[in-house]
Design a binder for this molecule. Structure first.
Ligand code: CO
Length: 506
């Protein structure tokens, strides 16, 4: 590498590091708003965030970054860089193009339309009145279609939006994965309907003291390997994880005094996200590849801990005696099998965020269908409630009694988040494939889990997923980690085996 190239690379990295610092400072303001801020704080927090985000956008889209990228992208220059530096140039180009291709006027219109959109969605859901949200959504869909056109795509306009959350993912790639998943899930669900065994949730639906629940959750989180010297857990309405660098990762949970599963699984889920964020190597932390590979990969980490581990029998062999120290009366006669059944009950239900592991993906497939059609102009916003109910009937066999528990249930569309939903199911697909790879590499896994020893799992994830940050695109990362491209049969086989046992299916 010549001195000139070295100077360009150093300048690019230091400009990007500044943007990352500012982004993490904005994230602290966001975390504070959700956990600590008094209600009146919102008045000035909004302008603080606007100012900071304006500065971040301005710094990141500076023409100087474009110049540096262009110089570093010269084939002979690129070839002289290390693998990590090449990926920094590639990822910076990806994000720089996305940030600069949209005209200022469109960005402003989108910000205004989604700020209003969320407010109108909130009221529409409260009153279960679609007509209160439809005009705002029409505007947002129109702007998102303009956004897709500006960003560009080869095949389908939806691809341009997917790429924001799952770099490299396309509609054509998703379609067969989701079709396979849909067919297998519908067949499994039919068999569960006819199951000889019914599941009772009474054991987890008792009175559980909230302070004791908090202490129990923290004990589990610590056992998973979460570093409380490099993070903390607080309470918020909607649980989330946020990172200000690998040495300061915050998770939140929420409590239901009459349901042990709510806080525990929020904690384990967010804990899975947090272990990923704490596992980003410190030397990558202030670089543009010092973050998750994608939302789907991030979600694979949370779902792996929450479902594949936290809802398994080996886990409860370890966790029940721990839980009993906090809830000796409620759990005096409980068995691990009884709790595993209770936390895995399958039900055809209306609300995505309350769905079980089997039906969850059907809720996502429904939204993928609708989003794809909306963005390509094959479905009008006015026809959305009817289409929603028709798909619910077709996929889940139930029709919402009103729009609040149907088409109005999620905040995503009012916020302009099109292309986001598929990453939840991608997370499940990646998790199942990763889980099979871990099981293959660690034959004694169940014994480790039953002993509360999660170190082999964390070590595997650190080595194959966490340490790579965003150096590889999601599918390349999965291929390297597991030895094959994304393959949906890992998830469908896991679900069929697990639920056949739970429900006594032959
Ligand atoms: Co998550």
């Amino acid at each position: 590498m010549t001195a000139a190239i070295n100077d360009d690379l150093t300048e690019l990295k230091s400009r990007l590091a500044e943007v990352i610092d500012l982004g993490q400072a904005a994230a602290i303001l966001g975390w504070d708003q959700e956990t600590m801020m008094p209600p009146k704080g919102v008045q000035f927090r909004v302008t603080q965030q606007e100012t900071l985000n304006g500065i971040i956008h301005e710094r990141f889209t500076s023409p100087r970054i474009g110049e540096l990228l262009q110089k570093l992208e010269e084939p002979s220059v690129l070839a002289s860089l290390s693998e990590v530096d090449r990926s920094i140039v590639r990822v910076a180009r990806h994000d720089y193009d996305r940030a600069t291709k949209l005209p200022r006027s469109l960005v402003k219109e989108l910000a205004a339309a989604t700020t209003r959109g969320v407010e109108e969605w909130r009221q529409a859901r409260r009153e279960s009145r679609w007509d209160l949200f439809a005009p705002a959504l029409r505007r947002i869909v129109d702007l998102k279609r303009q956004e897709a056109a500006c960003l560009g795509y080869t095949d389908h306009p939806y691809d341009a939006l997917l790429d924001e959350y799952e770099p490299g993912m396309t509609t054509a790639r998703l379609q067969p994965l989701f079709t396979h998943l849909q067919q297998e899930t519908l067949a499994l669900l039919d068999r569960i309907d006819q199951a000889p065994r019914q599941i009772d949730r009474a054991i987890i639906q008792q009175s559980f003291d909230i302070q004791a629940q908090r202490a129990f959750g923290e004990a589990i989180l610590r056992q998973m390997g979460f570093d409380f010297e490099a993070g903390r857990e607080d309470t918020s309405t909607h649980p989330f994880t946020t990172s200000f660098g690998p040495t300061d990762v915050r998770v939140t949970t929420r409590f239901d005094p009459n349901d042990l599963a709510v806080a525990l699984y929020a904690t384990i889920h967010e804990g899975g996200h947090a272990l990923y964020d704490q596992g980003i190597p410190v030397e990558l932390a202030r670089t543009i590849v010092g973050q998750a590979a994608s939302l789907g990969i991030h979600e694979s980490q949370s779902r792996l801990w929450e479902n594949f581990i936290g809802r398994s029998l080996p886990f409860w062999r370890y966790a029940l005696p721990v839980a009993r120290t906090y809830f000796p009366d409620q759990l005096a006669h409980a068995t691990p099998e009884e709790i595993v059944a209770a936390v895995n009950r399958v039900a055809r239900s209306l609300i995505r965020v309350e769905a079980d592991e089997v039906t969850y993906n059907l809720h996502i497939i429904l939204r993928f269908e609708i989003e794809r059609q909306l963005i390509r102009g094959e479905l009008e916003v006015d026809d959305l409630p009817a289409r929603w109910n028709q798909l619910m009937d077709q996929l889940l066999g139930i029709v919402p009694p009103n729009d609040a528990s149907g088409v109005l249930q999620d905040t995503h569309w009012g916020s302009g988040l099109f292309g986001y939903f598929p990453t939840y199911t991608l997370g499940n697909l990646y998790a199942a494939q990763i889980w099979d790879a871990i099981r293959r590499d660690e034959p004694g896994l169940d014994e480790h889990l039953a002993a509360g020893d999660f170190r082999v799992v964390l070590a595997w994830l650190r080595e194959h997923i966490h340490r790579w940050g965003r150096i590889y695109e999601p599918e390349a990362l999965i291929q390297r980690a597991t030895g094959e491209p994304l393959n949906p049969t890992h998830l469908t086989r896991y679900l069929t085996e697990k639920y056949s046992t739970l429900y006594g299916l032959s």
